[in-house]
Design a protein around this ligand. Structure first.
Ligand code: SAH
Length: 349
């Protein structure tokens, strides 16, 4: 019950003082008893992701994975890793499409990194025909050549937010107003990491981005690998104040429904690039989703699906249009491909 979580957050603030936005976000999303992902992930209700919009999304990524497996010299064993697979729609579509590539299915081990027990169950049901393994984090996935995917995963990372006060910065915190309601405030002066590019008086960053990138870098130093990260966020500066909450398809106040609403924040793509470069990873992109997916053949695939299924032709075309149209998901979503140094540019980049 979300009111249970709200009561515990209020109690924690009464006892310890205001909490950073990151802790609030972690509790709302991942609290084992009342957190959003632990209890009520609302796919197609609170939000609809690209793989849930059109099967073409996952199919093209399945072929991308097989292409990169071939480019890596067809290793006999490949960890096909997905971070935050949600309802496993994308993985199911990827596997169906990639089954047509000789040898690929025999080489893969399917590794799903998933925090939510409820979603682990959904994923196991959805992929019942496949041999899957669940892991708590990327470091737990067995070593070896890998292709790693993450769609709308980085935007769930807990963010720290900062507000400019004169010449300095203060960390934004969540405390209680006079009536005892959760409210935002500014904490004591705090340094922001030197690699942020603030544009106005707000800036935010996700500390977990470094952890993820260094774990990808560690894999790439030991074995061939590729990663494809897809998410939304600006590509020329750091996000300012982008904490958002969604419930039943509507944007709501992020403090109003702890644990019952999905919380997200934009991804800092310029910082992602810099963190990767520091770790010695080659970065392709960020490139808008519309370019990557039209280059991979989204329109052609939509046309052939529509032809094979004339009754649903319009629906199929419209769903793919949503993925690639600049005023829908095509421009706001960016793709980033990561490789070890010296690898050829992956398809779409
Ligand atoms: N990729 C899916 C789901 C996106 S929602 C899609 O595009 O439809 C985010 C997913 O990441 C959910 O499965 C959520 O439970 C999972 N997740 C969020 N934070 C996580 C973390 N820190 N570790 C593991 N999984 C996480």
């Amino acid at each position: 019950m979300s009111d249970g979580l709200r009561a515990r957050i209020v109690e924690a603030i009464r006892a310890n003082g205001p909490m950073p936005v990151s802790l609030y976000m972690l509790m709302c999303l991942h609290d084992p008893r009342d957190g959003y992902y632990a209890t009520r992930p609302g796919f197609n209700r609170d939000f609809t992701t690209a793989p849930e919009t059109s099967q073409v999304f996952g199919e093209l990524l399945g072929l991308w994975a097989a292409h990169e497996w071939i480019a890596m010299g067809k290793p006999a064993k490949l960890q096909l890793i997905e971070l935050g697979p949600g309802r496993a729609t994308m993985m199911a579509d990827m596997l169906r499409a990639a089954s047509s590539v000789p040898g690929f299915i025999d080489a893969i081990e399917i590794a799903l990194v998933e925090a939510s027990p409820a979603l682990r169950e959904t994923q196991a049901d959805r992929l019942a025909a496949w041999n899957i393994r669940h892991y708590d984090d990327l470091d737990a996935v067995p070593p070896g050549p890998s292709v790693i995917f993450a769609n709308e995963f980085l935007d769930c990372f807990a963010i720290r937010q900062f507000v400019r006060d004169g010449n300095g910065w203060r960390e934004r915190q969540i405390g209680l107003d006079r009536s005892g309601k959760l409210s935002f405030g500014a904490g004591p002066p705090a340094d922001i990491p030197p690699d942020l590019i603030p544009v106005g008086d707000h800036v935010e960053y996700a500390p977990a981005l470094e952890t993820l990138v260094s774990s990808i870098a560690k894999r790439f130093r030991q074995h061939p690998g590729r990663a494809l990260l897809i998410d939304y966020g600006p590509d020329d500066r750091s996000p300012d104040d982008t904490l958002r909450a969604y419930m039943a398809g509507k944007q709501v106040d992020p403090l109003a429904h702890p644990g019952a609403a999905d919380l997200t924040a934009d991804v800092d793509f310029p910082r992602l690039r810099r963190v990767c470069e520091r770790e010695g990873i080659t970065v392709f992109g960020p490139t808008q989703q519309r370019y990557v997916f039209t280059r991979l053949g989204a329109n052609e695939r939509a046309a052939s699906l529509a032809q094979a299924n004339p009754v649903r032709a319009d629906e199929i075309q419209q769903a793919v249009h949503k993925l690639v149209s600049p005023d829908q998901m095509g421009a706001r979503f960016k793709c980033v491909a990561l490789t070890p140094h010296g690898a050829p540019a992956p398809p779409g980049f």
